[in-house]
Design a protein around this ligand. Structure first.
Ligand code: BES
Ligand code: MN
Ligand code: ZN
Length: 495
């Protein structure tokens, strides 16, 4: 789908469908008023019939528009005639695009940036139109013989008032970049584990590096990691026939000596649990255990596309976690790159073993901040469900800026405590640390484990186990937290 802006008056527009907002009590949005006048009160007549009340989330497709270059009109309910909340704006956008499923509409125009939404500007509205529409039309067809999709939209026109054009352009630019990043993340995550291996992820990263001049990509092989002493990371990949990779993406958009923001993404291309084997039911979903890594790739794509004036390092430790004669065994003791010894009480707590060595490795980049994203604990689903990602960290300022970005981007976060009292649960009789902390507070003890390897910098951890993909009939990657991280980076660059 490609996107463009249009400032011309609506009665000169030609498209397969025009989206117009209407309020409750038969009140028209500004754009709807214009069109109502140029179509002899068509919209008023239709609303008077009672098929649309204007409640938020309603949508009605009008399939014939007499004597007009606009083939169809989609009326979308906005709710009461007052500034919309950001959530209701997105809800209306989602209702609009969903209503166009299985239609032949190819060129679509959306006027909804004319809505008044509390606390946001036209750049934000333009961006949300692109993000919500692009997210909804995404479909994974790579492995299907029939590549037909539910939507035929090839072009989206976003209408803008002349005096809002600068902001609309900014929104278009950012929205396109973020939507493309989200698409990459969803695509990589939806690919099955037999295609999307650590080597495949490394190739994707290298390809991304070739596309953007300011993005350099390099790969550490197992032999390199041995030299670095990454005993925790390598112990996980020893149980797999796929070689592990540590992918480094180096985006140099900022001043030469400005400290980088480091993003680390867990890249387990399949997590069977190892010798502490998982249950069979739903195990296919563990192909999504690389969503953190895929989000790092998506976010770096967006940052490079937006040409953000920042230095950003992306690190993706990638491996499989499989049961094997050479796999980690419960009770094994590992030596991490930091020198701390780890008793493996459960081989299914493998993510932290990859992440701890990658956190240590991150020190060499002299980071301004380090943010890791990982589908780390099932406990996060128990605590927070699938609504916010879990946030833990050792620096309030960093956590607060992430929360601010999560609100703007509608990609929510909820902070959990990282108190010393919880560290007790990680005590081991035989090593410096145990890799699990028992059944209580699993998300917190996982972060406590990581905190031992993040002592030398400002660090935040996002547990995305509940937010990176949907389960059930709608199973598929969400692309989260690419919107949140993109917003955080935009705020860092221009805020
Ligand atoms: N990748 C899983 C976490 C996970 C589970 C994500 C379910 C999404 C849905 C992780 O490697 C894992 O297995 N964690 C264990 C930790 C436990 C052994 C302490 C878990 O959550 O059960
Ligand atoms: Mn696991
Ligand atoms: Zn895992």
């Amino acid at each position: 789908m490609d996107f463009s802006l249009e400032t011309a008056s609506l009665d000169t527009l030609s498209c397969d469908c025009l989206i117009l907002g209407v309020y409750q009590d038969q009140q028209l949005s500004a754009s709807a008023k214009t069109l109502n006048e140029s179509t002899q009160e068509l919209l008023k007549k239709i609303m008077a019939r009672g098929d649309i009340s204007g409640k938020n989330g309603e949508a009605v497709l009008i399939n014939a528009v007499p004597s007009s270059t606009i083939a169809r009109i989609l009326l979308v309910g906005l709710g009461e005639n007052q500034p919309l909340t950001a959530k209701n704006f997105r809800k209306a956008l989602l209702a609009a695009i969903t209503c166009l499923k299985k239609t032949a509409i190819s060129t679509l125009a959306c006027t909804m940036a004319d809505c008044v939404v509390s606390d946001v500007d036209s750049a934000w509205k333009t961006r949300q139109i692109i993000e919500v529409f692009s997210d909804t039309v995404y479909q994974f067809t790579t492995c299907k013989s029939n590549k037909e999709t539910d939507f035929n939209i090839t072009h989206l026109i976003i209408t803008s008032a002349e005096n809002e054009l600068t902001l609309s352009k900014k929104g278009l630019h950012q929205g396109k970049a973020i939507a493309e990043g989200i698409n990459l993340t969803k695509h990589l995550a939806d690919l099955p584990g037999n295609i999307c291996t650590p080597s495949f992820l490394a190739e994707q990263a290298l390809a991304l590096g070739k596309t953007y001049a300011k993005l350099d990509v390099s790969i550490l092989e197992e032999t390199d990691m041995e030299k670095l002493g990454m005993g925790a990371f390598l112990s996980v990949s020893r149980g797999s026939r796929q070689p592990a990779k540590l992918i480094t993406l180096n985006y140099q958009g900022g001043e030469k000596n400005s400290k980088p923001i480091v993003l680390i993404g867990k890249g387990l291309t399949f997590d069977a649990g190892g010798i502490s084997l998982k249950h069979a039911s739903g195990m296919d979903e563990m192909k999504y255990d690389m969503c953190g890594g895929a989000s790092v790739l998506g976010t770096l794509l967006a940052a490079a596309q937006m040409q953000l004036p920042l230095n950003i390092i992306g690190l993706i430790p990638s491996s499989e976690n499989m049961p094997d004669g050479d796999a980690n065994k419960p009770g094994d003791i590992l030596v991490s790159m930091a020198g701390k010894t780890i008793e493996v009480l459960n081989t299914d707590a493998e993510g932290r073993l990859l992440l701890c060595d990658t956190l240590t490795y991150a020190e060499r980049f002299n980071p301004d901040v380090v943010i890791d994203l990982a589908t780390l604990t099932g406990a996060c689903l128990v605590a927070l469900g699938r609504v916010p990602s879990g946030l833990l960290g050792n620096n309030d300022e960093l956590c607060d800026s992430l929360i601010a970005a999560s609100i703007t981007s509608n990609d929510s976060l909820w902070r959990l405590p990282l108190w010393d009292e919880y560290q007790e649960q990680l005590k081991s009789n035989f090593a410096d640390l145990a890799n699990v902390g028992g059944k209580d507070a699993g998300t917190i003890t996982a972060a406590c484990f990581l905190s031992h390897f993040a002592e030398n910098f400002h660090w935040a951890h996002l547990d995305i186990a509940g937010t990176a993909w949907r389960t059930g009939n709608n199973k598929g990657a969400t692309g989260r937290p690419v919107p949140l991280l993109s917003q955080y980076l935009i705020n860092r660059a221009y805020g």
